[in-house]
Design a protein around this ligand. Sequence first.
Ligand code: NOJ
Ligand code: MG
Length: 554
Amino acid sequence: MTADLPVREGNAGLPPRDERLWWRDAVVYQIYPRSFSDSDGDGLGDLPGIRQRLPYLADLGVDAIWLSPFYPSPLLDGGYDVADPRDVDPRLGTLDDARAMVEEAHALGLRVFVDVVPNHFSWEHPWFKAAMQTAPGSPEWARFHALRGKGENGELPPNNWVSAFGGSAWTPIEGHPGWWYLHLFDDSQPDVNWENPEIHEDYAATLRFWFDMGVDGFRIDVAHSLIKAPGYPDGPELDEVWTPGNETGPAWDQPRVHDVWREWRRLADTYEPPRAFVGEAWVRTTEAQAAYTRPDELHTTFNFHFLKAYWDAEVIRDVIGTSLLTSAAVGAPPTWVLSNHDVWRPVTRFAPWLDAETIDLEAGRRRALAMSLLSLALPGSAYLYQGEELGLPEVLDLADEVRQDPNFFRTNGEVKGRDGCRVPLPWSGDAPPYGFTTGAPWLPQPADWAPLTAEAQAQDEGSTLSLYKRALRVRKASPVLGDGELIWRESGHKDVLAVERPGDEPVLVLLNTGPADRAVAVDGEVLVSNRRVDRDRTGALVIPPETCAWVALS
Ligand code: NOJ
Ligand code: MG
């Protein structure tokens, strides 16, 4: 390593790792309940299925789990259309199952986040059903956004806002010509009106309900919506097709939304120990994102800027740098996210490919793993989406008939949607349903996933699963990994990122995004790497392409 002026970034002066607040360092595993594990053979994953697999997650070595919604829902947006936020969908279990799940997770040392969806209800929520029985202008409609349309008879939508899933964000109110209701997502997801105190009270009741059950925190769905600009002005003309992050204008990221988060923070702080939030806010800049984690607001937010980085050391360095800078400015830990139930799985995203036939998934898997190792070594908290630990690829060839994403329907199939990352997990066996269910999985699984099952990989030291376990053990045992500082180092190659996690047992993290082996002179032992790292004759470490290595510095 050439000596360079060290550049330190991140959160300095934190208490030692085991005395810090848990959410500053947590590795959080996202469970998409319908696709995780099915206990009763109906093909739909459920809470008892999750309970059975908690030991697997404890053994994997994560610190916390986050469950996407398991509440009663018509499932028109995979459960993000909530009909009763304080109950469990009978197909997924009971409140007793939820209680038992939280207790069992805690007994295994796992914290639990559940999901809250404050921007909208399902149209099957009793409040929306009640509104539909009344005329706009009623107290029932005051919980939503019901507006008179434009045009002589209100026959045009009130403004030009588009649904994130395609089409207008407004749908006519049946039986009341000229009136429309707002939905930033599917028409089955009417937006609630945060100008109405009843909405504040109802969501506070939901938070308390789950906090009282013992959950440690909430993941907040679309935390940058909720408040709409006064007067519902037209926004900029947006591409009608949604890409996450393409959310701007008068319906998004309004200044007063931060007041809601202050209110929620006060509520979370009344608990002992205080409960935590992670916000989902696809905002445009890291600065705008950091504003959500000011000291009196949310504890953390997902870092989607990192998710959007592509395979290039300089791009990655840049996004890490701005993330560290902006989060340190508000004292919050950054988070690192590569995957979730809304985006293509990283194995496929990072794969070099020209078309679906020539895609090189093995290279994609190496890159995704290298990115994941990098993210687990950076300051802050990290997220894993179920199946990431198995190296699952995106399922690209789902038939249109089985697709369920509203994004698919609202664009007449132009956007295929997000079902390909929601295919049920392969647990064991040689053929579908791979131990996920005894019935027929709600989305079909590929025929070639036998080598990817958790069972097959558990027996293989060289598997993706085994690598994750090793990395998570090393992370947990290390005094320097987790939140804190990093020092940018010079690797001698522009395509090799080098960061040091300084402290008592310093770790150097190297990521090679270049096309060939790169030799880096460094004094130390490799702790973890996704490909074998050897030394050359001079003793330098030779980092193969598509590799991340953690090196214990001597
Ligand atoms: C974000 C969720 O992650 C996504 O799955 C959902 O469709 C939208 N919010 C609407 O709730
Ligand atoms: Mg089931």
